[in-house]
Ligand binder design. Structure first.
Ligand code: GDP
Length: 162
């Protein structure tokens, strides 16, 4: 079986659910208490696809989104093959700031594939970003758009497998 290591950086403003998405994807767990990420979290998920003779080791790096951690972020981008840009569908500022995350990614690793995730899809009654806006931004970034929930796990496997 061929084994690949695939480094993924999970980016976006603080509080959008980056740590929660990684935790849900790797351990099927969700916690509603908020613990701020200091620097970075790191998790691994091994995906075996025996029918394709493949084993993929996802290294997921979730970087602290707060601006004051900006100076320690560049090394974490090194070698990243994919960026997952996360915003919160109930928070317009986190959507607007995706542009800043795109710029920071390009400055650090150049043009790598990106996926846009509109998270907290379970809080549908508090939604302020319609699906069409998520899709429009994804199109602009040449990426796919997924609406996810770190709470229910909705769309997470689809996003990572696509
Ligand atoms: P990060 O700063 O981007 O890593 O965000 P966290 O993963 O720490 O999540 C911030 C807060 O939002 C926490 O209280 C989480 O429980 C909550 N949260 C994260 N994802 C979701 C989600 O999909 N749905 C709901 N309802 N809450 C979420």
């Amino acid at each position: 079986m061929k084994e690949y290591v695939f480094k993924v950086v999970v980016l976006g403003d603080g509080n959008v659910g980056k740590t929660s998405l990684v935790l849900q994807y790797t351990e099927k767990k969700f916690s509603s208490s908020y613990v701020m990420t200091i620097g970075s979290n790191f998790a691994v998920k091994i995906l075996s696809l025996p029918e394709r003779g493949l084993k993929i080791k996802f290294q997921l790096w979730d970087l602290a989104g707060q601006p004051h951690f900006q100076f320690i972020r560049p090394p974490f981008y090194r070698g990243a093959l994919l960026a997952i840009l996360v915003f919160d569908i109930t928070n317009r500022k986190s959507y607007d700031n995706i542009q800043l995350w795109v710029r920071e990614t390009k400055n650090n690793v150049g043009d790598i594939p990106m996926i846009l995730a509109g998270n907290k899809n379970d809080l549908i009654d508090q939604r302020v970003i319609p699906k069409s806006e998520g899709e429009a931004l994804a199109a602009e970034l040449n990426s796919r758009y997924f609406e996810t929930s770190a709470k229910t796990g909705e769309n997470l496997d689809e996003m990572m497998m696509h």
